[in-house]
Structures are given as C-alpha cells and as structure tokens.
Design a protein. Structure first.
Length: 179
C-alpha cells in the first residue's frame, strides 16, 4: 500500500502472478448511504486502461438486516468476495486498509465478510473525481494544449461502462444500485 501525496494505492499479485496497482477511492451507496470503496487500475500510466474502473471492493446488501445494521456505523463495510479475489482481500488486510471481523452475511450463494476500514484510510481516500485529478496532476502539466487528458479518457471509460450497464438486461442503469 502506498499513501502518497496523490492517492491511496494498493499493490497486489493475483493468483496468476500478475502484479497490479489499484487506486482506491471512496463513494457512498444510494440505498443506506454506507461507505463504499471502489478501485481504479493504476498499474501502468502508459497503458490505455490506466485509471479505468477495476472493481467495487465493497458490496451493499441493504435487504439483509445484519448487513444494514453493520454498515450503519461509519467505517463498517462488507467486502465483495464474490467479485474480488482472496489475494486482493489479503492485500487490503496486509496493508492495514481493512480489518476483517468474525462476522459474515449471506446473499444468494455468497458469503460476505464484515470489515472495518482503518480511520487513516477513510480519511485518505478521495472521491472518484479527486482521485483522477490527483493521479493525473503531474501529467496534465506536461501535456500538450490540444492533447486528450487522462481524466477525459478515464471519464469516457466510466461513461462507456455505464452505457454497457444500461444496455444489459437485468442490470440497473444506476451505478449506485449495482453495489
């Protein structure tokens, strides 16, 4: 984990040995207003996928009374182990960003662990827009006046992702409802 002047980033190695750097940012759920953590791919600034959405680290399960109760307290989250690997969760724990508890909740066929976000991590994480700005600030100063910005490219990727969600039957068009 790196907490530099730019953003909170996490480095981890997946089960296939690939190294990834993720920029973590904070958000909140539309239902319940709980604290949410999402990630952007910050592995390689030269890659066209740089700062594209990686995953939602947390999940919102407002219909589960235990989950709703847990997430009502600031800093309490539910980790999305259905869509994130054990290696990523282990890296979050190892970096001190989250602490897993012995509690879990169930939704469908999945078991989701309850976790606490470290106070320093909650304070250090920025919004999506602030994270993009921080990670592109140095590069923006160097770019040519007519060159496309990384922020613009990242925003286009986010909009394309939302458009795909809108075009996919059975998936809610609003990002917040998918968490």
């Amino acid at each position: 984990m790196k907490q530099d002047a730019n953003a909170v980033t996490l480095e981890y190695v997946n089960r296939w040995g690939d190294h990834h750097t993720l920029a973590l940012y904070r958000d909140s759920y539309a239902m319940g207003g709980g604290f949410a953590i999402s990630a952007l791919d910050a592995t390689d600034p030269a890659d066209s996928e740089y700062l594209s959405p990686w995953s939602d680290i947390t999940v919102n399960i407002p219909d589960n009374p235990d989950a709703a109760w847990w997430c009502a307290t600031e800093g309490n989250v539910i980790i999305d182990t259905n869509n994130n690997s054990k290696e990523l969760v282990d890296a979050l724990v190892g970096a001190g960003i989250i602490t897993l508890t012995d509690r879990v909740c169930y939704s469908g066929y999945c078991t989701y662990p309850f976790a606490k976000v470290a106070p320093w991590a909650m304070e250090a994480m920025c919004t999506y827009e602030e994270t993009i700005d921080r990670l592109t600030a140095d590069r923006q100063a160097e770019r040519q006046p007519d060159a496309p910005t990384l922020r613009g490219a990242a925003e286009q990727a986010r909009q394309a992702s939302e458009q795909l969600t809108q075009d996919t039957p059975g998936i809610s068009p609003t990002r917040e409802n998918n968490r």
